[in-house]
Design a protein around this ligand. Structure first.
Ligand code: SAM
Length: 442
């Protein structure tokens, strides 16, 4: 049973939500900043605020439709507490201003009627499209794209999964630990962990325990990494002693996995244009025990240091900058922060980076293009255009690469050869896309 927050906590939730809803920073960064500036909030209070803010971001469009015509953080929070948490006017009494008890009653009645199919969100958009988009809490442009790609039924299931919070997945560092031993150690410490369904290195935790001070984390035996992200590294499958590049390494989520798959041998370049992100890789690298990783800040995908490596690398991963719409379970603000223009800009960047990274791959070498997007234009369309422009590259069957590692993934047979699409409603991971290519000998 959920209880109403104390009035002071309610005010904090409104203030934090107001900051986050400006949408000019990622929600998790805006929220962390709010907590840094309000140190009096304890662990449980922060939990309440974060949960409310993220739930409202997930369901912003339908909540806005409910509280119209006056949309503000206070009314959205009341609507969340009344509709999602089932708190009625009596339970919320201590928080309500004049006239708000009626508002809460009205919201609850309308919400229940919508749930029974006796009421609906107003079909205000072109062709009546807005009504389903409001119900699914998507902007119209994104709803239309998903509908065109997946059809009405699958869009429903996909978006329902995207609108639920994600579990916390860990990757076991195979250089330092073994999955069963890690699970047993976590169980001893009261943290339930089960093996992830596909990645042989993954553990899925029940709930969201704080791990940053856990010895397994501090010693680099585990890292936080969604199972889907682990599978992308496993698709590159670098071997001992190889020359490898993680072209868009960021803070190294995949770099660390690749380095461990190489058993800390060979040479693994971690390229990125962002100094800040590469700096965030450093402490993780120190924990991991890897000595084969070479972080290099590059000016752009055409940096001279890239050109010097042309034709020399065995494996190259391009984990391209993308809309991130596949991670809406964790970053629900992205659906309100991206738009058609930002996607088009990212698209041009993706093609430029992939073309440049491909030059590094030697004959017989493997290139993986990956995103955490759901959109065909950032995924299959980029891979198709790449293949059309690069006849020396061919698609490599994903099922074979995974089968060699004992991984069986449902739905692969429906994908074009050389392509992988992970989807939250099918694979219980964030949505990821990958295309695997091999360079033919001339
Ligand atoms: C999807 S993120 C990478 C996430 C990372 N691979 C991981 O698993 O944690 C994309 C990265 O591409 C980087 N990036 C953007 N433009 C780039 C470019 N022209 N060349 C290389 N990296 C670039 C961004 O700074 C960002 O860190």
């Amino acid at each position: 049973m959920t209880h109403a927050p104390a009035p002071a906590l309610f005010q904090h939730a409104i203030a934090a939500l107001t900051e986050v809803l400006r949408l000019n920073h990622p929600a998790d960064a805006a929220l962390s900043r709010y907590f840094r500036e309000h140190k009096q909030l304890g662990h449980r209070d922060r939990g309440f605020v974060a949960e409310a803010v993220f739930a409202i971001l997930r369901h912003k469009r339908s909540l806005e439709a409910l509280v119209l015509p006056q949309v503000n953080a206070r009314r959205l929070l009341l609507a969340h507490l009344a509709c999602h948490q089932g708190l009625d006017a009596k339970a919320l009494e201590a928080l309500l201003r004049h006239g708000e008890a009626e508002l809460v009653e009205h919201l609850q009645q309308r919400w229940a009627a919508i749930g029974r199919g006796e009421d609906h969100f107003d079909p205000s958009g072109p062709l009546g499209l807005s009504a389903p988009a409001i119900a699914l809490d998507l902007p119209d442009w994104l709803y239309q794209r998903l509908l065109a790609q997946y059809g009405a039924e699958e869009t429903q299931a996909l978006v329902a999964a995207l609108n639920r919070p994600a579990p916390l997945d860990l990757r076991v560092n195979s250089l330092k630990a073994e999955r069963n031993a890690v699970a047993a150690q976590l169980a001893k410490d009261g943290i339930a962990a089960t093996p992830t369904p596909y990645s042989p290195l993954g553990l899925r935790l029940a709930g969201k325990p704080a791990l940053s001070r856990h010895p397994l984390f501090m010693d680099g035996a585990v890292e936080v990494q969604d199972e889907g992200s682990q599978l992308l590294g496993l698709l590159l499958a670098p071997k001992r002693g190889e020359m490898v590049a993680d072209f868009c390494a960021g803070a190294g989520g995949k770099t660390l996995l690749l380095g461990a798959l190489m058993r800390s041998t060979g040479r693994l370049y971690a390229f990125d244009v962002s100094e800040k992100r590469l700096n965030n890789l450093k402490p993780r690298l120190a924990r991991s025990g890897l000595s084969n990783v070479h972080p290099v800040r590059i000016e752009s995908e055409n940096d001279a240091r890239i050109k010097r490596l042309a034709g020399k690398l065995d494996r190259v991963l391009v984990d391209a900058p993308c809309s991130g719409l596949g991670t809406l379970r964790r970053n629900p603000d992205l659906k309100w922060r991206q738009d058609e223009k930002s996607v088009a800009e990212l698209n041009a960047k993706q093609t430029a980076i992939l073309n440049s990274a491909a030059r590094l791959v030697k004959a017989g070498g493997r290139l993986v293009y990956a995103t955490c997007s759901l959109l065909q234009e950032e995924n299959g369309a980029v891979a198709d255009a790449f293949l059309a422009a690069h006849p020396d590259f061919v698609a490599v069957p994903v099922a074979d690469i995974l089968a060699a590692q004992g991984i069986e993934l449902p739905g692969l047979e429906a994908m074009p050869a050389g392509r992988l699409a992970l989807l939250p409603h099918r694979h219980d991971s964030d949505a990821f896309f990958a295309a695997v290519f091999e360079r033919q000998a001339k």
